[in-house]
Design a protein around this ligand. Structure first.
Ligand SMILES: Cc1cc2nc3c(=O)[nH]c(=O)nc-3n(C[C@H](O)[C@H](O)[C@H](O)COP(=O)(O)O)c2cc1C
Length: 189
């Protein structure tokens, strides 16, 4: 476990490299105003045609039961998960506007993913931890109905949000040198 560096001294490079997915959160409240502030930064993500293909549902306080109960409904053995969900300060459901055209659908998906990463990075800079979860409930009709997700909308994932109680060490990434192919003047066919 390592500690968060002072936020004022973090560069973008440091925020990107030091951000970790957080699974253990303090119980401290995260104000909705702060989440809105982070979202207002995140939505500067690139998005083709400025379609802004996203919206958000915030589960806080007793609202967290919507997610916790839905998990329990799937499997009574998941009671510890119910407790876990009720102890994480906030859950953000990220919703994408689907587009019937394949190219635009893919662009929308890509745009929402960049926005989510912006959100995670903006949060990290402020000392807020998150984890992006793709729980199977994202496809569950009952859950979708409970949170008011319409036909033509896709739940991209859940972000569990709070102040980190523990920050895991990062796992090594494959060096880009091993992944990069260069086609230049000599190798172009
Ligand atoms: C689209 C997406 C879905 C994810 N879903 C889950 C998930 O369901 N459960 C989970 O524990 N982590 C999930 N994660 C987090 C990854 O496991 C995590 O990013 C990865 O282990 C690398 O750790 P780091 O984010 O701390 O670098 C997801 C990440 C992404 C981008």
């Amino acid at each position: 476990m390592n500690n968060l560096k002072e936020k004022a001294s973090l560069t973008i490079k440091e925020v990107i490299e030091q951000r970790r997915s957080i699974k253990k959160f303090k119980k401290d409240n995260v104000p909705t105003e702060l989440v809105l502030d982070l979202l207002n930064t995140a939505v500067w993500a690139p998005n083709h045609g400025l379609r802004e293909p996203w919206r958000f549902i915030l589960l806080k306080d007793e609202g967290r039961k919507v997610l916790a109960d839905a998990i329990l409904k799937k499997n009574e053995e998941l009671r510890p998960k119910w407790e876990y969900v009720m102890n994480v300060p906030l859950h953000l459901v990220v919703v994408m506007k689907e587009d019937p055209r394949q190219k635009q659908w893919e662009e929308n998906f890509a745009a929402v993913c960049t926005m989510v990463q912006n959100l995670q990075l903006a949060g990290w800079e402020q000392g807020i931890g998150m984890i992006w979860k793709t729980n199977p409930l994202i496809h569950d009709p009952n859950f979708r109905e409970k949170v008011g997700v319409q036909q033509g909308e896709k739940i991209i994932g859940f972000l569990h949000i709070g102040y980190p109680d523990a920050i895991p060490n990062g796992k090594d990434r494959t060096p880009a040198e091993e992944l990069l192919m260069i086609i230049d003047t000599d190798t172009a066919i």
